[in-house]
Design a protein around this ligand. Structure first.
Ligand SMILES: [Fe+2]
Length: 353
């Protein structure tokens, strides 16, 4: 559809393709009972549901896409007449990719079975798109979609089987491959994020994140240091990996060591020597731990804690590893937020190991 609308810039097309796959990623932060509610959502439930566009955009903003995916995700529920969300922008102020996504997303929903109604035929769905033409949807996008539908749907049918593979291939060489380590499959990272966010307890979410961080990164040991604002200290709440029990009870002041510095500055720390974080403990691991990647975990403006990964190789971590750790960290924070919904800062809450 983008091509039929005259989009020819390869970056723009890739952005729309990526956004088409990832646009509803923010729904992983929406409670299951709202997502799966068979009837109409209440106003309060709808307000919660609306948050998914911004949450998705915020999650994806930690990934350095070489093309503009985030605006398309953020604005995919804006309406042509300005009545949509999250920003209420209208007309051509809405990114074209988001206007395209709005139309095809609606068509896809209408032509899929739902618990409360069977799938509509394409023709029935066209009627609804036409009713919303000029209010919800860009008239040109609706008209082009309906006019070119036969050509688009045959291409889609042919492409569906290879879409995921193609997506991973288009993303990976550009920026998710680190030449001296393994390549990353962005779909794998996204699936891991969803797995983390779907856990019901922080402990399960940490374990799920650690599984991914140990599988994709040269991580030997990983730890979650929880921030306690009253004591202004970090404490190892969860840990994973060989001999990680050596970290039991480890505490540090804000600003102290690598993890404490990461927490105090809100800045990730890449490839410091492990002894700067663990002191003599680093050499008690077998093999000894040599390098550290620490990423801060925040909820809004509030410090939650730090994810710290240790490797037995020197300079083991890359910037891409930092992006992956941060992305999984955000999914972990979502689970923390869900389990402590009334503790905005989360600090001082007891997440015991
Ligand atoms: Fe959506």
């Amino acid at each position: 559809l983008a091509k039929f609308l005259g989009v020819s810039d390869p970056g723009q097309l890739q952005a729309i393709e990526a956004a088409a796959l990832l646009h509803d990623m923010g729904k992983l932060a929406i409670p299951e009972h709202i997502l799966n509610k068979p009837g109409k959502l209440s106003a309060a439930e709808f307000d919660k549901m609306k948050a998914h566009a911004e949450i998705g955009a915020d999650l994806l903003s930690s990934i350095k896409f070489p093309y503009p995916v985030v605006p398309v995700v953020r604005h995919h529920h804006e309406n042509w007449d300005g009545s949509g969300y999250p920003c209420g922008i209208s007309g051509p102020d809405i990114p074209l990719g988001a206007r395209i996504l709005a139309v095809v997303d609606c068509f896809d929903a209408l032509t899929s079975d739902r618990p409360y109604r069977p799938a509509l035929t394409p023709h029935q769905a066209f009627q609804i798109l036409l009713e919303r033409r000029g209010t919800f949807y860009d008239p040109l996008v609706v008209d082009t979609f309906i006019r070119e539908f036969d050509g688009i749907s045959s291409k889609v049918a042919a492409a569906v089987g290879s879409a995921q593979v193609h997506f991973a291939a288009t993303l990976a060489p550009a920026h998710l491959v680190e030449s001296r380590t393994e390549s990353f499959d962005s779909v794998d990272v996204e699936c891991s994020c969803k797995a983390v966010a779907s856990k019901s307890t922080p402990r399960e979410a940490f374990q799920s994140a650690a599984d991914c961080l140990h599988r994709l990164l040269p991580t030997a040991v990983s730890a979650y240091y929880e921030y306690n604002s009253q004591a202004d200290r970090l404490k190892c709440s969860f840990k994973a990996g060989h001999q990680s029990e050596l970290l039991n009870g480890l505490e540090m002041s804000l600003g102290d060591r690598v993890s404490g510095w990461t927490a105090a500055t809100g800045t990730a720390s890449l490839n410091s020597h492990a002894t700067l974080d663990l002191r003599e403990l680093a050499d008690r691991f077998s093999p000894p731990l040599r390098s550290v990647l620490a990423v801060p975990l925040v909820a809004g403006n509030d410090l939650v804690g730090v994810f710290t990964l240790y490797s037995d190789l020197p300079d083991a971590f890359s910037h891409d590893h930092e992006v992956i750790a941060s992305t999984l960290g955000r999914a972990f924070v979502m689970v923390l937020r869900r389990s402590h919904p009334h503790a905005p800062a989360l600090s001082g809450t007891a997440v015991n190991s």
